[in-house]
Design a binder for this molecule. Sequence first.
Ligand code: SAH
Ligand code: SF4
Ligand code: F3S
Length: 441
Amino acid sequence: MRRYHVTTFGCQMNAHDSERIKGMLEELGLGESSTQEDADVLVFNTCTIREKPDTKFAAHLAQAAALKQHDPGKVIAVGGCYAEAQRERLFTLYPYVDVAFGPGSIPHLGEWLGAGGFGVARGRFGLDDRSFAGELPMHRERAFQAWVQISMGCNSKCSYCIVPAVRGREVSRRPGDVVAEVTRLARQGVREITLLGQNVNSWGRDLLPEIRTEFGELLRACDAVEGIERIRFTSPHPKDFRKPVIEAMAECGAVCEHAHLPLQSGSSRILKAMRRTYDRQRYLRLVGELRTAIPDLALTTDIIVGFPGETEDDFRETIEVVEEVAYDAAFTFVYSPRAGTEAAVMADQIPEDVKRDRIERLIAVVQRVASARNAERVGGVEEVLVEGTSRTDPSLLRGRTRRNTTVNFAGTAAPGELVDVRIDDATSTTLRGVQAVPVAV
Ligand code: SAH
Ligand code: SF4
Ligand code: F3S
């Protein structure tokens, strides 16, 4: 049997796309290989959000090229956002790449890899013929947790971001299709779903009038599906986070007490240059509304430092917001210019050493506030969905709370079970505890 190996970079959407890629390859009769050495088809599902994933991919590809030199029969396929961004030069840059495809062209993989042997056709597909995940064969990575794509593409114009260029305009998946997939997943034993879109809060706006609806309604429809115990979503854009969604979050038992609310910057001036279309006050007001409606809410975020023109004062405003909101966790990024974006050609690019200095200071603050947030959980009991064994100590189990914090704990539960864990210790990123013994009544 021919075998494939997929290496995935980037966000959850890409990880989910890789499930479709694997599903397509299995439909073509290939089996999964755990190593690149043993695989006949090497697939790279790439990301190009910052320079770092580009360089990481280049290193991986160099290894694959070396393997191919020994075994010229190997097919190298490059998909995802980097492939799309570099469509004009990919084959010139990397002559040993056989097939390239953008994030929207996964449904066509078979046409390239299937007919008359593998890799016969050298080529790529563009953004014009995109389709949704749920309607394709799928190789799901986990039995009890699943990603569900609700939209593709992005209509925002954040001046630093390459995503709209590589993922295209936003298209919402039909509500009936989403709910049908969620129902199917629940029947298969899935207990936790994560709804995926670049801006989940603008979902529904482009649907035909007969079925037009909005994200809050989708949350309610998913909540009503029997067997789904946890609903997560990512990412909501603060600009479109409206009351009906907050109400749905507060009222739906399965919707988790967690919002990932990308801040990007705490300076209204920088937010304007980023074209985020909210300012610091509006963001903080939204945080207040969310916390009033859902008192136990965990908030996480994404922050960029060193955006063109960012002054020390702007940066301090970011620090102030981090302290004021007291995030449970934050992904922090050094601004990385992306060719073709508006910000890449802005004057006043920030020197690398200033960016480095700022990110280090930001990370220290994030760790401090996150540690304090986690410490508040010590002494309490958290409902944990068990995912496996601890990454650092195999004698412990690992799972996540509804607020999306990782917990390592002593216990006897199996993956996929929901158990109560008494929390006795905390770091800035994890909790530790002991499975609570159910009391007999
Ligand atoms: N659509 C999602 C995710 C976008 S990508 C959203 O809007 O929330 C994930 C994060 O990467 C962004 O939130 C941003 O913080 C970061 N990012 C995007 N482009 C970047 C760039 N050019 N440099 C540094 N960080 C970037
Ligand atoms: Fe990029 Fe902004 Fe769209 Fe997110 S909302 S994908 S940051 S353009
Ligand atoms: Fe995701 Fe990276 Fe593409 S963050 S959308 S895989 S550029």
